[in-house]
Design a protein. Structure first.
Length: 346
């Protein structure tokens, strides 16, 4: 059975004997514009709308008002596989909550791979598809610097989640204050009597590990000695523990929770007790610390709040237009006391 054609404003205008512009004003117009249309005409149009069951096209209505009220969400890595879920989902919860509160819909953009790229999503591989939305939130462990430079140079409203270095000009972002949170953990180790520390994990170039390393260095003083700093942690678990013990480190700071878990397993296999024989600290993580049996000394990354704040800042930029100051903010990370950082062994 053929599908009935969808009613349009043109159909309503023909039935009412008025122009389509008049129908549009009755549906969308503000009071001053409506006052110019006779009451009898308005009532006739409204009756036809009721009788026919006409429903305005929400997309066309938004476009007529100059905006779709749609926010894009672009992730450089897949957002939903289980390996990524703990990283992206809290951000998405915050984004969805704030978008709904502000009357915006969300559009998840997966991008595409560049013509010569074996992998990795690209914003600009086939033009700027972000423009399907009024503005976009960009997330990922690693951003493409060239794409970020193009975004900054353009006029499309966007907000990065996570601190980003300048890309030809300041990048709008909402991030987490990893540097201060890391410094606070080093200070806690100092107060517990630790004097020889190890640091395992990347120092950069991405902003997140760079901030952690900067915070760690800032907290060191003449009374603390960094006896082991190792970026490549792919050695077997036992060898990694041997390196820590050989240097006399009593507290180990791990950039990744996975390395802290490996060291913990190796230590327990040798009969070492945490934190009596060795203290372990996880500098936040891409996984929720509370999901593991051991509660590591760490800090809580405010992912949901980052999503909410970034969404609010993006909406403000869209609704107020260009010319606003570039929004950059870092949210504090709450400490997690945990059970793996204790007094230094005698």
């Amino acid at each position: 059975m053929p599908r009935a054609p969808r009613l349009t404003q043109q159909h309503i205008a023909r039935l009412a004997g008025v122009s389509q512009a008049t129908v549009s004003l009755v549906l969308n117009g503000a009071d001053p514009a409506l006052a110019r249309i006779p009451a009898e005409t308005r009532e006739r149009i409204q009756k036809i709308i009721r009788d026919t069951g006409y429903v305005p096209d929400p997309i066309a209505r938004r476009m007529a008002q100059g905006a779709n009220r749609i926010l894009g969400v672009f992730t450089y890595e897949p957002a939903f596989p289980s390996a990524q879920a703990d990283f992206f989902l809290p951000f998405l919860f915050g984004i969805e909550e704030e978008a709904q509160a502000r009357g915006y819909d969300l559009l998840l953009l997966t991008g595409s791979r560049g013509a010569n790229q074996a992998g990795g999503r690209k914003i600009f591989a086939e033009g700027n598809r972000l423009r399907l939305a009024d503005g976009c939130l960009v997330l990922g462990r690693h951003f493409d610097h060239d794409e970020l430079t193009r975004l900054v140079a353009g006029d499309f409203p966007f907000m990065a989640i996570g601190r980003r270095e300048d890309a030809g000009a300041p990048v709008p972002y909402v991030g987490a204050d990893y540097a201060s949170a890391t410094s606070a953990l080093v200070q806690q180790a100092r107060e517990l009597g630790h004097r020889k520390l190890a640091y395992l994990g990347a120092l950069g170039p991405a902003e997140s590990p760079a901030d952690r390393w900067r915070g760690f260095q800032a907290a060191l003083g003449a009374d603390l000695e960094l006896v082991l700093q190792q970026q490549d942690t792919r050695a077997p678990d036992g060898e990694l523990l041997d390196a820590v013990r050989a240097r006399g480190a009593t507290a180990v700071f791990c950039v990744e929770l996975a390395d802290a878990l490996r060291l913990e397993a190796a230590a327990r296999a040798r009969g070492l007790a945490l934190p009596d024989d060795l203290s372990l600290v996880a500098l936040g993580s891409h996984e929720r610390v509370e999901a593991h049996a051991t509660r590591f000394a760490s800090f809580l990354i405010p992912r949901e709040q980052m999503g909410r704040d970034a969404t609010a800042a993006l909406v403000l930029r869209i609704e107020r237009g260009a010319g606003q100051p570039v929004h950059q903010s870092l949210l504090p990370c709450d400490p997690i006391r945990g059970e793996t950082l204790g007094p230094a062994p005698r």
